[in-house]
Design a protein around this ligand. Structure first.
Ligand code: SF4
Length: 586
């Protein structure tokens, strides 16, 4: 189908839950760096589009990565990427604002610029009539460096806090030439203008300094909102085509109090902020008028204040609450009962690690007794299918820890089959550990793919002996690319450009090209860096990290001390925002 026709059909099938303002004279296209069905399932994208779309200075539109068949059609006809609603070339807008939730979508940013006929490198655009390219979202929050060559300005922080100020400055600088206007926009708190920074490296290729040529401080202080209740972060545009098309989504919290050492959301969004129980209930009630299922979005949902009451209210009205993730020891009997009413037959719990020892290493604060109790509660209330989420390749991991994943799952199955109500099957979701910036494990390497495959094979053999358990293992290839774009510095931009030029648009093709690059780099036959330098190398504790110019208000010594505690299998207490000041975020 031709992309324009599909866009018009999609618009006709959408339901807008707010009043548009529009009509302003700043033309902004808010672009999601993945497919329409994923963009419309992303609350962050919807929230940012809503901010632009309801600002009287702005005339807003959307754009998405075209579906594969649309890309074929566009290629065949030599047609450029156009905006979703007006069908306007992206190069016609004043501002192209990319919302990037996942680092692996960085490659799609290049593809979208290319399809729009916009030069990828910001230096090639300088002084010419192109839109201002800005980017924000949780991926750039963590590490924008892999795409620093392609973006004019990053907004490092939460959009609700930054976009109004950005727009006011843009409006005030309308008569300025692009270069002077950018000077003004870079003054927005939390704005990162990459052309002000020149990374300096030592002979081994490690970063040694950021040579800064801009005004004031080089450090970029990320921005955040204090009170979630001030903003409604819930479904604003409904469409059945979204991957969560049957749900009305509500953001219940930002951040997480538990401090699991692998989890970026638990550190980058510190301190934890909850939506109030009253607002949560009001939003869920509003959502029930639209959908039967209310999707609760946030890092950990069982400890959200008032969640059991919301689940009960939703169940009473014939609906169902679907939480994104539940920490097993926080599931109360009331929550388990409410969640399992009205046909909730499948629940995910995330022990993350099989052995008690590894759960201490990652600071999971979760015992086997907690896990079995949660499984009991859910199955006792009628849940028939448990999904258990685990990681492999974690720092400090040994083979016996990996085998414990199988043994623990076996004990969950045996335990829940011994009760009055019996579980059908257990699915184990197995995921390679990806080291993330701004976590205590940011210095750690990703385990080589061959080692991860060996561990998966070991578990597969164990599970096949046990029966009743399905194994769903994520490919180490995808995790390799994810680590590259998570931990990479600005040189990874050249690798992304190479992948884009080579037409790599699937995990398999990306993996093969990266392996080829690795071999060429090892033979000294490539100008590009070896991807392994960023993926399977442990970064030194004293090394300057690619994202160290960002201030997330978390002390680096705190992250290092958490890393040391991991080595000694010591756990830390969860956040108590009323009196703790230890990490620097409160
Ligand atoms: S200062 Fe304490 S309570 Fe606040 S985010 Fe850091 S660890 Fe958590």
């Amino acid at each position: 189908m031709f992309p324009r026709q599909r866009a018009l059909e999609r618009i006709a099938n959408e339901k807008l839950l707010y009043e548009r303002r529009g009509g302003g004279d700043i033309a902004v296209c808010v672009a999601y760096t993945n497919l329409y069905r994923l963009g419309m399932a992303n609350l962050g994208y919807q929230a940012i589009f809503h901010i632009f779309d309801t600002d009287s200075m702005v005339c807003a539109d959307r754009a998405f990565l075209p579906d594969p068949d649309e890309r074929e059609t566009m290629r065949g006809r030599g047609a450029p990427l156009v905006s979703f609603e007006q069908g306007r070339p992206l190069s016609d807008f004043d501002i192209l604002a990319f919302s990037i939730a996942f680092e692996t979508d960085y490659l799609n940013l290049l593809a979208m610029l290319r399809m729009a006929g916009i030069p990828l490198d910001r230096r090639e655009r300088a002084g010419r009539e192109y839109p201002l390219i800005i980017a924000g979202g949780s991926a750039v929050f963590l590490n924008p460096e892999p795409i620093a060559d392609f973006v004019d300005l990053f907004l490092i922080g939460e959009g609700e806090e930054m976009v109004p100020e950005f727009l006011a400055r843009y409006h005030a600088a309308r008569g300025f030439d692009p270069s002077r206007r950018l000077d003004q926009l870079a003054l927005v708190g939390g704005a990162y203008r990459p052309d002000y920074y020149r990374p300096v490296r030592d002979e081994a290729g490690r970063l040694s300094a950021f040579d800064y040529s801009g005004p004031g401080e080089a450090r970029v202080s990320r921005r955040m909102i204090r009170d979630l209740d001030q903003f409604t972060t819930a479904s604003l545009i409904l469409t059945n085509e979204s991957v969560f098309g049957d749900m009305y989504l509500v953001e219940a919290s930002r951040g997480c109090q538990w401090g699991c050492r692998f989890c970026a959301a638990g550190f980058m969004y510190r301190p934890i902020r909850y939506r109030s129980p009253e607002r949560l209930l009001a939003e869920a009630t509003r959502g029930l008028a639209e959908r039967d299922v209310i999707g609760l979005v946030g890092a950990e949902m069982a400890s959200v204040p008032g969640v059991a009451a919301v689940a009960e209210r939703v169940a009473e009205r014939g609906g169902r609450l679907s939480p994104s993730s539940l920490k097993a020891d926080c599931i109360s009997p009331a929550l388990a009962t409410a969640l399992s009413r009205n046909g909730n037959h499948s629940i995910t719990i995330a022990p993350e690690a099989g052995s008690e020892r590894m759960r201490k290493v990652i600071n999971k604060n979760l015992t086997e007794a907690d896990i079995l109790r949660a499984a009991d509660l859910m199955v006792g209330n009628g849940v028939e299918h448990l999904k258990c989420y685990f990681m492999i390749g974690l720092p400090e991991e040994r083979d016996d820890d990996v085998l414990e994943i199988a043994h623990l799952t076996g004990r969950i199955l045996a335990h829940t089959r011994a009760g009055r109500r019996r579980i059908g099957r257990v699915t184990v979701s197995l995921n390679p550990f990806v080291p993330k910036p701004w976590t205590p494990f940011q210095w750690d390497a990703m385990e080589p793919a061959a080692e991860l495959k060996r561990k998966v094979a070991m578990l597969r053999a164990e599970f096949s002996r046990m029966g009743g358990i399905d194994l769903d293992a994520e490919s180490p290839r995808e995790a390799y690319f994810q680590t590259l774009v998570s931990r990479g510095d600005r040189r990874v931009g050249a690798i992304l450009r190479h992948l884009d030029a080579a037409g790599c648009d699937s995990p398999g093709s990306i993996w093969h090209e990266l392996r080829k690059l690795g071999r060429e780099a090892a033979a000294g036959a490539s100008a590009l860096p070896d991807p392994d330098f960023f993926v399977t190398r442990r970064y030194g504790n004293d090394e300057l990290l690619p994202w160290d110019f960002i201030d997330h208000h978390i002390h680096k010594w705190f992250l290092l001390s958490e890393r040391k505690k991991a080595h000694y299998e010591h756990q830390s207490k969860p956040c108590d925002v009323t009196r703790c000041t230890v990490c620097g975020a409160c």
